[in-house]
Design a protein around this ligand. Structure first.
Ligand code: ZN
Ligand code: ZN
Ligand code: ZN
Length: 176
């Protein structure tokens, strides 16, 4: 069965909270790669899809596991790392250093610093962008004549779902 062709729709909402369909974001990634003359190979696309489908950041070994049911032959970690390197280079994926895990960047169509709020309880991550924060970093980097190469901000805490469910750290709910 062929999947219905989804048209990429670049996001113009500056206050977007990332409510995009994975299919649309994958189509967008493919069209960005096309414009840049780089190849979103089947493997690269597959890994990007897994990251978009997951509601949590995924580690490289989790990706290796997730690929197992999809492939007749096992896909080794070096292959996964190479694909992740490509996806990061193209700004399609960010690495959360604090988790050693990967998340798809919500808006690869626009230049921005990724700001992640990561829940210590359920590992959910929420990406936001804030031009005020970006200019602040640029300004401060300038003060110390520093040239940033990676501008990903990670904030740990408790997400709204976990706060609402009362499952924040120290009060983890146990299933009856
Ligand atoms: Zn958006
Ligand atoms: Zn981003
Ligand atoms: Zn949470």
């Amino acid at each position: 069965m062929t999947r219905l062709a989804v048209q990429p729709q670049p996001c113009v909402d500056p206050d977007c909270r990332g409510q995009h369909s994975p299919d649309e974001r994958i189509a967008l990634a493919a069209s960005l790669c096309g414009e840049r003359g780089v190849r979103l190979t089947r493997r690269r696309r597959q890994i990007l899809e897994l990251l978009w489908e997951s509601d949590r950041p995924m580690g490289a070994y989790e990706l290796v596991e997730a690929l197992k049911p999809k492939e007749a032959r096992p896909v080794g970690p070096p292959t996964v790392y190479r694909a992740l390197e490509f996806l990061m280079l193209q700004g399609l994926v960010s690495k959360l250093q604090s988790r050693n895990a990967y998340v798809p960047c919500t808006h690869p169509e626009r230049t921005h610093d990724c700001l992640f709020f990561i829940c210590s309880n359920c590992s959910a991550s929420i990406e936001l962008e804030d031009p005020r924060l970006e200019s602040l970093i640029t300004e401060n980097a300038g003060l110390v004549e520093f040239r940033p190469t990676r501008r990903v901000i990670e904030v740990e805490g408790t997400c709204s779902n976990c706060i609402a469910a009362g499952t924040a750290m120290g009060e983890v709910k146990v299933d009856p």
